[in-house]
Ligand binder design. Structure first.
Ligand code: NAD
Ligand code: UDX
Length: 480
């Protein structure tokens, strides 16, 4: 029986290994983590992450050929294939701070593998890492090898949160990079054999190590660039009276462009896009490619501009001050169908409004009060370090209350900001909400999910990203 061990039981390690276990009953899969609470949660009925379909997959194979454990060293020693899926956050200090990837967690995992291994291993980079990381890992392993042979593969993960199970069941492609030596090719084949249990052969691509590592950064940069492109257009739409949804639809009909990932929004969030682009920028700078670095930097600048623009629009629409006003925040997760708040645009929007002394009443169906308070009191980039290393009892941000109902959040509010596109926000009784709010009552839709016409009929003043402006808003131009 082939044995797989995955180091890191997070958003990637957990779902990915659960699907491998489900699709490959002949393989034993153990997911290990240094976080005792995370592993306990994986072994309980309350999994540590919310992901549609995940519970069912875990239930089907946990205890059969899928195990979660904190006994990291034992399971690493016993495995034939080791996936490393630890976090690779942005460095917060020292050389490359604010840009470069922090490989501390990766390096400590590699050193531990070298320490405990007693047989040959295939070590798979599942985490997103800078190009050439495999070379560094090879050095760590081979200098401490005690005669053991290691093959390093790069097998970046392309799943998106909220659709992780679907993405894993039916991936656009699986990418495997390895050394162009007979041993490297043999290792690629061994990993291909795992995925071949359910992924059609023509979707399993093999490349050299550096192409695989760079493809992951490139794919995320291209995706984020599309969002910044459409968000840049949304500002122009508001200035000209064009409607960004109509523009995206027309542009996306070109088969060379395609319709996906063209939704204007308050900005992209999530643990990957910003971190991976910053990493790409840093690598370009280190290679003397200043123009290339500046090109990609612009994707992040436009994203920051979009979040600022939204805050400015809220404040300027409400007579240039939100001081002491209650603003309801509907949605805090970085997208729907996840409880993940890493780099969510809601953090920047809330901080911006708090800076103008607003009182916030926040509702998200999947995010806890503790998490929201932690996010609003944390410094930039600190979030990406494992949750168990973050302060357990964050200092509560005054002016913020977290409630478990959209109606309570909006009661007596002056304005509503929709920051996550949860389906339930489309179905709210907006007439009832309007009646309970201060007047004039505002809706600022950062996700373009509201029915603008209907809301205006009820009496709301509505701002929706990239849509023709309400006459009220035209008189109060945002100072972007
Ligand atoms: P995560 O923070 O959810 O999980 C990482 C886990 O690794 C944590 O539970 C942490 O405790 C554990 N860990 C850290 N060091 C360890 C060690 N030495 N030994 C054992 N466990 C250790 O992170 P994630 O979202 O799963 O991301 C993991 C990697 O995958 C990152 O490089 C990320 O860029 C990449 N990625 C993430 C996504 C996504 O949607 N989240 C998608 C594709 C790729
Ligand atoms: C992303 C990549 O899609 C995935 O392939 C990679 O493995 C990890 O990073 P994720 O961050 O989980 O996945 O979600 P994604 O669906 O890409 O959304 C990222 C952000 O962009 C979200 O905040 C989302 O709301 C926003 N977005 C997405 C838009 O604003 N408009 C769009 O059209 C699409």
């Amino acid at each position: 029986m082939v044995k797989i061990c995955c180091i890191g039981a997070g958003y990637v390690g957990g779902p990915t290994m659960a699907v491998i276990a489900l699709k490959c009953p002949s393989i034993e899969v153990v997911v290990v983590d240094i976080s005792v609470s995370r592993i306990m949660a994986w072994n309980s009925d309350q999994l540590p992450i919310y992901e549609p379909g995940l519970d069912e997959v875990v239930k089907q194979c946990r205890g059969k050929n899928l195990f979660f454990s904190t006994d990291v060293e034992r399971h690493v020693a016993e495995a034939d294939i080791i996936f490393v899926s630890v976090n690779t956050p942005t460095k917060t200090r020292g050389l490359g701070a604010g840009k470069a990837a922090d490989l501390t967690y990766w390096e400590s995992a590699a050193r531990m593998i070298a320490d405990v291994s007693k047989s040959n291993k295939i070590v798979v980079e599942k985490s997103t890492v800078p190009v050439k990381t495999a070379e560094a890992i090879e050095k760590i392993l081979s200098h401490n090898s005690k005669g053991i042979k290691y093959q390093i593969l790069s097998n970046p993960e392309f799943l998106a949160e909220g659709t992780a199970i679907q993405d894993l069941f039916n991936p656009d492609r699986v990418l495997i990079g390895g050394r162009e030596t007979p041993e490297g090719q043999k290792a690629i084949q061994a990993l291909k054999n795992v995925y071949a249990h359910w992924v059609p052969e023509d979707r399993i691509l093999s490349t050299n190590l550096w192409s695989a590592e760079l493809s992951k950064l490139a794919a995320n940069a291209f995706l984020a660039q599309r969002i910044s492109s459409v968000n840049a257009m949304s500002a122009l739409c508001e200035a000209t009276g064009a409607d960004v949804s109509q523009v995206s639809h027309a542009v996306g009909k070109d088969t060379r462009i395609g319709p996906k990932f063209l939704n204007a929004s308050v900005g992209f969030g999530g643990s990957c896009f910003q971190k991976d682009i910053l990493n790409l920028v840093y690598i370009c700078e280190c290679n003397g490619l200043t123009e290339v670095a500046n090109y990609w930097k612009q994707v992040i600048k436009v994203n920051d501009y979009q979040k600022n623009r939204f805050v400015n629009r809220v404040v300027s629409s409400m007579f240039n001050t939100v001081s002491g006003k209650k603003i309801a925040i509907l949605g805090f997760a970085f997208k729907k169908d996840t409880g993940d708040t890493r780099e969510t645009p809601a953090i920047d929007v809330c901080k911006g409004l708090l800076g103008d002394k607003a009182h916030l009443s926040i509702y998200d169906p999947q995010v806890t009060e503790d998490q929201i308070q932690r996010d609003l009191s944390m410094n930039k980039f600190d979030w990406d370090h494992p949750i168990h290393l973050q302060p357990m009892s964050p200092t509560s941000v005054k002016q913020v209350s977290v409630v478990w109902d959209a109606y309570e959040a909006t009661k007596d509010a002056h304005g509503i900001c929709i920051l996550t596109e949860w389906d339930e926000f489309k179905k709210l009784d907006y007439k009832k909400i309007f009646d309970s709010m201060q007047k004039p009552a505002f809706v600022f839709d950062g996700r373009n999910i509201a029915n603008v016409e209907k809301l205006r009929e009820i009496g709301f003043i509505v701002y929706s990203i990239g849509k023709p402006l309400d006459p009220w808003l035209k008189d109060m131009p945002a100072m972007a």
